[in-house]
Structure formats: structure tokens, C-alpha cells
Design a protein around this ligand. Structure first.
Ligand code: HEM
Length: 251
């Protein structure tokens, strides 16, 4: 910690420096300071996730499956499975009002393993919402959201929202009655929020009603925007677990 210290007798610049780099917020993100002392250099090497994928030490409780139920790992596994099956589905699906529903039918009837891929994608999506939610509950009930893991909890909340948004945007893509009305109801709920509701709804569906513009927007968000953001936040999430000294000890 000593590395961010500055000599006494402080001017404005030093006080601003202290306010930023010694703040609770900064220290919750950057723990060991700049590695210019032997202690910080050792910490930087020992906690580096790329140099040591597994932590150098773990508590004996963490070996038991009942501590985590591997729910975070399962969520990640489902995310990878969804990416793989999603890319395969993209070979056969065109996000246009004329093609989308028909493509889904062809996928179910004509494409070899098409039905399997679609159902795998669908069930893994349901599964991921469930495992992410249960993972969040596990973290809460083991008190693992408390300092020093508060920053990772926030990253987790973002991941939870992204997971729900991925599910929601995927819902429209089959372009059947269920999809159309579900997204109409969902985006109307957005529109009913005070002040920013209507403009947000307009931006989300690219018009006043769910139509061709909404389909292409949801598709782009579903296959590029949201998965990319989720992958970035997951990378930060995993890196943080190591930075925070591995999993939380039992209460
Ligand atoms: C896509 C979603 C997510 C993935 C892939 C994921 C992945 C993981 C993994 C693999 C772990 C290691 C331990 C374990 O498996 O339980 C973990 C730990 C953790 N996760 Fe997540 N997570 C996700 C969402 C969340 C959410 C929604 C929260 C909370 C709002 C959260 C907060 C945490 C915290 C605080 C830890 C450290 C737990 C401890 O020290 O015991 N994560 N996460």
C-alpha cells in the first residue's frame, strides 16, 4: 500500500492525488499498488491470473462442491455453449421480416441437427438465467459480496442484467406470435416509465411499433453487442476473483 503514499506538506495537487488514489473506491479496484517494492512485486506475480490460473493457496472449504455448487462455472459453461450453438444457428437465420419465421421452420424440419441446435440454444439460455440467479443467491448467502469483493459484486450485477437482456433480445428472433407480443408488452413496459420511457422505447425498437427495425436491432444486440459486453465483464469478473484473494472464506 505504501507505494501510493506521498510526502507530507501538501498542495492542492497532492490533496487531489490523495482524494483519488487513496479513496475507498480506488483501493477497492487496485489493491496492491504499483509494484515498485519487493512486497508489491511479489504480490503482482503471485496474484497474476495469467501467470497462475489457479490461486497459490485455497481454503479447505473451497474444495467442497457445496460451497459454490459450481454455479459461476456452470454459468460460464452455458455461455460458451450458447455462443457455439448461436454461431451455428446464424448460418441458417436471416433477421428480416420476410425470412425469419420461415428460416426457423426450415431449421426445425430441413436442416440436419437444426432442431437439436435450436433446442440446445433455447434450453441453455433458460439454464443460464437460472444458474446466474442461483449463483447470485449463493454469493449473497455466503456473504461473499462484502468487502473486499464489493467491486466484483457490482460487475456481477452488470452480468446479471446482460444475461436477462440476452434472453429478452433472443425472444424476438423467431418472429412468431409469441415473440411479437412478448416484445410488444416488454417494450411497452419500458415506454411507460416516466420521462425517459417513450424515447428509450423509440430507440430500442427503432420506431413506434415492433417491426422490421426492431428485429434487426434486437438481432444485432443479441449476436454482437451483448455477448461482447458479457465476455468483457466476465473477463473482469474472473480477474477480480484472483485480485480479491480467491473465493471468500466461510462466514
Ligand atoms: C454470466 C454471469 C456470471 C458468471 C459466468 C460468473 C462466474 C463466476 C465464477 C466462475 C466464480 C467462481 C466461484 C463460483 O463458481 O461460484 C464467481 C464468483 C463470484 N461471483 Fe460470479 N458470475 C456471474 C454472475 C455473477 C453475479 C450476477 C454476481 C452478483 C451480483 C456475481 C458475483 C460474484 C462474486 C462476489 C464472486 C466471488 C465469490 C466468492 O468469493 O465466494 N457473479 N463468479
Amino acid at each position: 500500500m505504501a507505494t501510493t503514499e506521498r510526502p507530507e506538506g501538501k498542495g492542492l495537487g497532492d490533496r487531489v492525488y490523495d482524494m483519488v488514489f487513496h479513496s475507498y473506491f480506488w483501493r477497492s479496484i487496485f489493491r496492491s499498488g504499483y509494484p515498485n517494492t519487493p512486497r508489491n512485486q511479489m504480490l503482482a506475480v503471485a496474484t497474476n491470473v495469467f501467470l497462475h490460473l489457479h490461486p497459490t493457496r485455497i481454503h479447505r472449504t473451497h474444495v467442497r462442491i457445496t460451497h459454490t455448487f459450481c454455479l459461476g462455472g456452470l454459468s460460464f459453461f452455458l455461455f460458451l455453449g450458447l455462443t457455439l450453438t448461436g454461431v451455428l444457428l446464424m448460418f441458417y437465420y436471416v433477421p428480416s421480416v420476410e425470412r425469419a419465421y420461415q428460416d426457423m421452420q426450415i431449421l426445425e424440419t430441413d436442416v440436419r441437427f437444426g432442431m437439436l441446435m435450436r433446442n440446445l440454444h433455447r434450453w441453455m439460455a433458460h439454464g443460464m438465467v437460472l444458474t446466474v440467479f442461483m449463483h447470485m443467491m449463493r454469493v449473497f448467502y455466503t456473504g461473499a459480496y462484502k468487502p473486499p469483493r464489493e467491486f466484483n459484486w457490482i460487475v456481477g450485477v452488470v452480468l446479471f442484467v446482460l444475461t436477462l437482456l440476452l434472453s429478452f433480445t433472443g425472444y424476438l428472433l423467431p418472429w412468431d406470435e409469441l415473440a411479437f407480443w412478448a416484445i410488444t408488452v416488454g417494450t411497452n413496459m419500458v415506454g411507460s416509465a416516466p420521462l425517459l420511457g417513450p424515447p428509450n422505447r423509440f430507440v430500442l425498437i427503432g420506431g413506434f411499433d415492433v417491426g422490421a427495425a426492431a428485429l434487426i436491432r434486437f438481432y444485432t444486440l443479441h449476436v454482437i453487442g451483448l455477448p461482447l459486453m458479457a465476455a468483457i465483464f466476465m473477463t473482469v469478473h474472473f480477474w477480480r476473483i484472483r485480485r480479491d484473494g480467491g473465493l471468500a472464506r466461510p462466514l
